[in-house]
Design a protein around this ligand. Structure first.
Ligand SMILES: [Zn+2]
Length: 746
């Protein structure tokens, strides 16, 4: 496996092509490097080195600084002041009281060697809005805006694509300069669904050559193009802010709240309030990490959320702040077990994020101390580690936003969650990747790529996948993968039909073909979605993909009933490529259609699943579905994973690499997700509120080939029991409490 490339600029050619395809004419103006140029070039912000050393952040009030220091906090987040008007350079600035508060807050943190990120509410004061009414967000074409009022935030929404964006940057730069602040976070400062302020109207006309679309309407292609454009304006705003802050102090940062990187509820938010790629313009994005019932806290969703946040940063630091509410409805923090805080902390860490702790939860002073202490004990093996590249799954924001927007919960999430769950329970190293990662140089490091019904792919992305497979990469694709372009407009066939070895033929048993492509209309249409799910009987064929003893145990008769998304495909040229067939409910078995194709293409192996096994494993979950998905990934990978973990399904194992000078380490996290309440609660409202952990015995890791030089379990440094079996090394780990790491020194 090749070494990761450090996160670099998104490939310019890929981006420009995607932008052109999205109808986003090239944007002129200052960006990132400050050059006036004809092209908008997206570049992730270069983050200061100190950020890589952060594992302990906390949210607190100015009065809690000493306590935070005694708990080992490295970065303090806190609120103290609001944006002021006028600017200091124009004779304004903070009031005397605010100035005093902020100065002593900063001094207190710095005295203890802690950084201070100020939580700055991104709202203009009423006095500013009164003077510049055109700086406000104008949500409708002819909106009657209420007079600004300091007590009503709704009357103080500034448009960051206009002069307010630049004003906010000025305020931040002055605060860094005058007070020595280390950075900011904003709870807000995204973009509205649409804005008709004079500045937005004018820039859209100048840059795109047309008026704004009439309203926020995902069905309207003109609006989708606007949304891409507005996302780029937000990126440009943040790039400009970063450039300005880092000119004042190269170590200044934006460690800000993200709303497009993993929390379950955020996935359902449409139209989006920020592009996913904006996470690359934060030095460290943070998410409020809710494990309540609305965010499906008792499922794989929170683990996915932490892993996805990390993935959106190109594997730089990212933080989850575990919310300590007992329930979402009724909302309450009165009975939250201290042990659950540790469990949430290590679930985040296991999935590659750092857990940021709030010191303000009532009754949780001790649990905060314990979480921070246990975090620090793992620093050596957690900081600067990168996921082991083996399997990659695309989490396609384009698909979520522009294809599945009519019902993200049903048309998008089950596919990605199903694959994630299968990898989690089968202990396979799964990296999540983004739309912009579908690029030859980045894909090369992986053995296998999974496209879970990733419908919205650009021609360039498709070409990168094709090249990846031809040169030996494995591919597992399901459902409508590659059926549409990056804005969700259907193609006549899968763009990857040649790689899948079969053409798209609509819905099984129906006459529906791909809705005709139209540049003005909205497709896929209602009919397309109505016919998407069905019931069929799956039958395994004679193929290595389904020849598996565990699958045989789970489905002795090699045939199972399936309900879920179904796609009709043609027969492959070689009949031996059909690994599974499906007979529609009520049809004769002679009319069985291909349900799984497994074939080679160039030097790579490809599995295409016309029956949405991935979605089914999330939506109702038969065990055979997990095993089939794991088989598909392993078969497509072509060669077995050199490290395999044997543990119950409640144990999540994640795989990282780390360099220590010339030495390389492999680090495997083990998280014990067992809930001793054993699913006794009402499923729809169940949330994890763990009061204890039952240690899991019998966790083993098998290393193929040469024996690892040195192994230890951390924290604690225990050496596990090691035996040789043939040409493999078997490592027997001690009973797993909540979390530990196996460190393999290379
Ligand atoms: Zn505007």
């Amino acid at each position: 496996m090749s070494q990761h490339a450090e996160c670099t600029a998104v490939d310019r050619r890929t981006f420009l092509s995607a932008a052109a395809g999205a109808g986003a004419a090239v944007v002129a103006g200052e960006f990132c490097d400050g050059l006036e140029g004809p092209a908008y070039k997206f570049e992730p912000v270069r983050i200061p080195d100190w950020v890589y050393g952060v594992s302990r952040m906390a949210f607190l009030s100015p009065g809690e600084v000493d306590r935070a220091a005694s708990l080992g906090v490295q970065v303090v987040h806190g609120n103290a002041v609001w944006p002021y008007f006028p600017l200091k350079r124009d004779g304004g600035g903070l009031s005397k009281d605010d100035e005093h508060t902020l100065r002593s807050f900063v001094a207190g943190c710095h005295q203890h060697g802690m950084k201070l990120c100020l939580g700055l509410p991104p709202f203009p004061p009423a006095a500013l809005v009164e003077k510049h009414p055109d700086w406000r967000v104008h949500p409708a074409e002819s909106a009657q805006l209420k007079p600004p009022d300091d007590k009503n935030l709704g009357t103080r929404m500034g448009c960051n694509a206009g002069p307010w964006g630049d004003y906010l940057i000025d305020v931040c730069a002055e605060l860094v300069e005058d007070f020595g602040l280390d950075g900011f976070s904003f709870d807000g400062n995204y973009h509205p669904p649409i804005c008709f302020c004079p500045h937005c109207r004018e820039s859209y006309r100048t840059e795109e050559g047309k008026p704004l679309p009439p309203r926020a309407d995902m069905d309207d292609l003109a609006y989708r193009k606007y949304l891409v454009w507005r996302g780029e304006k937000l990126e440009q705003h943040y790039a400009k802010m970063q450039k300005r802050l880092k000119a004042v102090n190269p170590d200044a940062v934006l460690m800000s709240w993200t709303v497009n990187a993993g929390r379950y509820g955020h996935f359902l938010h449409l139209p989006r309030a920020m592009p996913t790629r904006l996470n690359l313009l934060f030095d460290l994005p943070m998410q409020e990490w809710w494990l309540d019932e609305a965010n499906l806290g008792a499922s794989a969703a929170p683990a996915f959320g932490a892993a996805y946040l990390r993935a959106t940063t190109g594997n730089r630091p990212a933080a989850c702040e575990p919310y300590l509410m007992s329930r979402g409805n009724p909302y309450g923090t009165d009975s939250f077990p201290a042990h659950e805080r540790l469990a949430r902390t290590f679930l985040a860490v296991t999935n590659g994020a750092l857990a940021a702790q709030s010191l303000g939860w009532p009754g949780h002073a001790e649990s905060a101390a314990a979480a921070l202490k246990e975090t620090a004990r793992r620093d050596t093996w957690v900081l600067r580690a990168r996921p082991l590249p083996w399997a990659a799954m695309l989490v396609s924001e384009q698909t979520r936003q522009f294809f599945a927007y009519k019902n993200v919960q049903e048309f998008f999430l089950p596919h990605v969650f199903g694959v994630f769950r299968a990898a989690m329970e089968e202990h396979l190293p799964l990296n999540l990747v983004n739309d912009w990662d579908l690029e030859s140089d980045r894909l090369r490091q992986f053995r296998v790529l999974v496209l879970p019904a990733s419908a919205a792919l650009s021609d360039d992305q498709v070409e990168a996948v094709r090249r990846f497979v031809e040169s030996g990469g494995g591919l597992v694709a399901t459902g409508e993968a590659s059926l549409c372009d990056e804005l969700g407009r259907p193609r006549r066939d899968f763009a990857l039909a040649d790689v899948f070895g079969v053409p798209y033929q609509g819905r099984p048993g129906r006459t529906l073909k791909t809705p005709a492509r139209s540049d003005s209309g909205t497709v896929p249409n209602e009919e397309f979605w109505k016919l998407r799910s069905g019931v069929a009987r799956l039958s395994w064929q004679e193929h290595a993909l389904v020849s598996d003893p565990r699958l045989k145990d789970l489905v002795p008769h090699k045939s199972a009933t399936f309900r879920g998304p179904l796609v009709a495909i043609g027969e492959p040229t070689r009949s031996g490529e059909v690994a599974m067939r499906m007979t529609l409910d009520g049809a004769s078995s002679h009319a069985a259609l291909p349900a799984a194709i497994a074939r080679t293409c160039g030097k790579g192996r490809v599995v295409y699943l016309a029956a949405g096994i991935d979605a089914a494993l999330w939506s109702y979950a038969y065990p055979y579905q997990r095993r089939l998905l794991a088989r598909a990934i392993a078969w497509a990978a072509g060669e077995p994973l050199p490290i395999s973990v044997e543990a119950p399904m409640c144990v999540q194992a994640t795989f990282f690499e780390q360099s220590d000078g010339p030495r390389r380490r492999t680090i495997i996290h083990f998280f014990n997700g067992l809930n001793t309440a054993a699913g006794h609660g009402l499923p729809a409202t169940e949330v994890p509120l763990r009061e204890e952990t039952v240690p899991v015995h019998g966790v083993r890791v098998r290393f193929a080939g040469e024996a690892p030089k040195k192994l230890h379990v951390e924290p604690g440094g225990e050496t596990p029991k090691i035996t040789r079996a043939g040409d493999a090394t078997i490592v027997e780990l001690p009973p797993l409490p909540l979390h530990y790491l196996l460190v393999v020194e290379g």
